[in-house]
Write a protein that binds this ligand. Structure first.
Ligand code: HEC
Ligand code: HEC
Ligand code: HEC
Ligand code: HEC
Ligand code: HEC
Ligand code: HEC
Length: 447
């Protein structure tokens, strides 16, 4: 009896220590992960960790403010940059605001701890190896991408396996000893699966805890992907040519529809063919916008079968294969024309794609970035991650339809107005939403 109690007690202690250690270890990547996702959600549209972009590179920012003797002001800056620069108390803020004609958007919703997490993340980003960068773009993907969580799980599995096999070995020895003593034949050919099963049952406390921990850390990651960041949000595939929206749509101000010219007329906005590029790039052979640019323009010429020396087409064309950033599943019907045409949705591209003129390559925007634009050009704030069903439904429930725009709705509205009882039934407030016109019906979006 005494013996059993004692065993019980040490066993408990062991389990408790085990939980503490694992929980502690599991808490470390969560913080790093937070800094990264906060960075992506709030800062990545303008900042890179390792390179200057719309804003200065964030690596070393903390040290720069400390060197300027304004260590505490960095939090004030992030929360209200213009306010700090105008306050007359921060010479460094005045200096840094000359970096760019675009002002940084105030990030007042962040706490000091969250800002620390972001800046720590930026300080710890490591440059990716040369070979990896080559195919990616000059706009630069910051190093140390995905893989933190995966590494963690692999580590746990390794530890796990070692424990299992160690325990197995010990048991085998014990079994031999016992069997020898009792003169029994021992059963040596149980399958690994059976042995593993037995081990799990016998050590059920250990396995339960490990399982729960894995589920919690893995599950939390999934939840983040599904609900916070969004499964597709911020997705930017690599591309064969390092095209830049910032240069073409931003600095040169080329209209989106010059290149995505079917957006108003058809289901697809479309990606421009090389001929569209050649309208300008027959003559624009060099660029001093960034390094490696001549090489990128040469790729356009190769695709068009154009010899820039002789200025003649050779006929050896090969299409540029761009990778899609936005991918709705096949069972979903989405049409640009219904949304962007002035006679129907009349929605600005920014509402669904973010501030594209600040992007390099095309990418899926994040809800947070778009919400920062809310209020301008009719953009409304939404909460759901882009490209999810919740996102479509939320907007259809929020967005008012201007019934005077199309002849069809004008006529419909006219008829409804003569039936005030009916109109009231559809619309409880003074606006009519897409939902009230059937925009929540499954068949509208699903084949
Ligand atoms: C809309 C673009 C934009 C966003 C979003 C943005 N910034 Fe900035 N940031 C800038 C610009 C531009 C500057 C340079 C100052 C200027 O020109 O006004 C800057 C400057 C800074 C600086 C000073 C850098 C230095 O070298 O001292 C810090 C720190 C900073 N940003 C942090 C952040 C953090 C953290 C976030 C996200 C929470 C963020 N910024 C989001 C545009 C942005
Ligand atoms: C000079 C031509 C050009 C102009 C102007 C242009 N784009 Fe693009 N756009 C491209 C090319 C080429 C791609 C494919 C490569 C890439 O993803 O960057 C692309 C890709 C995109 C994508 C990602 C599509 C996907 O899912 O793969 C979006 C979204 C987008 N553009 C929106 C816009 C918006 C909004 C504007 C206006 C602010 C605009 N573009 C202006 C050429 C252009
Ligand atoms: C109501 C939201 C919404 C608006 C507004 C919108 N888009 Fe899109 N866009 C999407 C969705 C959703 C996809 C993904 C479509 C798919 O995968 O079938 C997409 C895909 C794209 C693509 C990839 C190629 C394609 O056609 O699938 C481009 C380029 C693009 N949009 C450009 C634009 C431009 C330019 C505008 C403004 C003229 C615009 N979009 C307005 C939601 C929108
Ligand atoms: C309306 C004219 C125009 C069109 C259309 C156009 N470009 Fe350009 N592009 C330019 C100009 C001008 C430059 C050089 C800018 C500079 O030197 O500052 C340039 C530069 C570039 C560069 C080099 C940027 C760098 O890194 O220095 C690339 C790559 C490029 N364009 C790709 C494309 C692609 C791909 C298309 C078609 C989808 C396209 N352009 C369509 C005008 C155009
Ligand atoms: C930012 C708001 C917004 C988002 C996001 C949005 N829509 Fe819409 N959608 C509208 C508006 C506004 C209309 C009504 C256009 C009109 O006046 O005909 C509409 C109309 C439609 C229609 C036609 C409905 C009808 O009654 O004929 C379909 C289908 C549709 N949307 C599908 C989608 C899908 C699929 C998504 C998500 C991938 C999506 N929408 C995301 C605003 C949005
Ligand atoms: C406004 C457009 C819209 C309407 C209305 C709509 N859906 Fe969807 N639905 C989507 C989009 C977009 C996706 C793809 C989302 C994704 O892959 O995350 C989707 C995905 C789904 C899926 C697959 C989920 C998955 O995980 O892949 C199911 C099932 C579904 N919808 C059922 C329905 C049913 C049932 C209704 C009617 C009550 C409905 N939808 C109405 C846009 C819509």
């Amino acid at each position: 009896m005494e013996n059993k109690m004692k065993f019980h007690w040490t066993n408990r202690l062991r389990v408790a220590t085990f939980i503490t250690v694992l929980t502690f270890l599991a808490a470390i990547p969560v913080k790093a992960q937070d800094g990264k996702s906060l960075f992506k959600a709030n800062c990545a549209s303008c900042h890179k960790a390792l390179k200057n972009s719309t804003g200065p590179m964030l690596q070393g920012a903390k040290a720069r403010w400390t060197d300027a003797g304004e260590a505490d002001n960095i939090y004030k800056w992030v929360k209200d940059p213009v306010g700090l620069a105008n306050s007359g108390t921060s010479p460094y803020a005045v200096q840094i605001s000359e970096y760019s004609p675009t002002a940084m958007t105030a990030q007042g919703h962040l706490t000091n701890e969250e800002i620390d997490a972001i800046l720590d993340y930026a300080d710890n980003v490591k440059p990716v190896a040369k070979t990896a960068v080559a195919s990616s773009d000059v706009d630069g993907k910051d190093g140390q991408e995905e893989g933190g969580a995966l590494l963690w799980i692999i580590l746990l599995i390794v530890v796990f396996s070692v424990v299992i096999f160690a325990a197995r070995g010990v048991r085998k020895q014990l079994a031999y000893v016992v069997a020898e003593k009792e003169g029994e034949e021992i059963e040596l050919n149980k399958s690994i699966k059976e042995k593993l099963g037995e081990w799990i049952v016998r050590n059920w406390k250990f396995t339960t805890i490990a399982f729960v921990l894995l589920a919690v850390t893995g599950g939390a990651d999934l939840m983040k992907r599904g609900f916070q960041v969004g499964v597709y949000a911020d997705y930017k595939p690599s591309q064969p040519i390092n095209y830049s929206h910032k240069l073409h749509a931003g600095e040169m101000g080329i209209d989106c529809k010059y290149c995505h010219n079917s957006a108003e007329k058809s289901k697809h906005a479309g990606i421009p063919t090389v001929n569209v590029c050649m309208n300008c790039h027959e003559n624009v052979v060099e660029s001093d916008y960034r390094l490696g640019s001549t090489e990128n323009i040469a790729k356009i010429h190769a695709a068009a079968g154009y010899d820039s020396e002789t200025r003649k087409y050779t006929g050896n064309t090969s299409p540029i294969v761009w990778n899609k950033a936005h991918n709705l599943p096949d069972h979903v019907f989405f049409s640009h024309s219904q949304h962007v045409n002035t006679k129907t949705g009349n929605i600005d591209c920014k509402q669904c794609h973010g501030n594209v003129p600040t992007y390099g390559l095309g990418r899926v925007s994040t809800t947070e970035e778009i919400n920062q634009l809310a209020g301008t050009d009719g953009i409304i704030p939404l909460t759901k991650p882009l490209l999810t069903m919740g996102w479509c439904l939320e907007c259809h429930n929020e967005k008012a339809v201007d019934l005077t725009k199309s002849d069809y709705y004008k006529e419909l509205h006219g008829r409804l107005k003569s039936r005030p009882d009916f109109l009231r039934k559809i619309s409880e407030d003074d606006k009519i939403t897409v939902r009230e016109l059937g925009g929540w019906e499954c068949a509208k979006c699903h084949y």
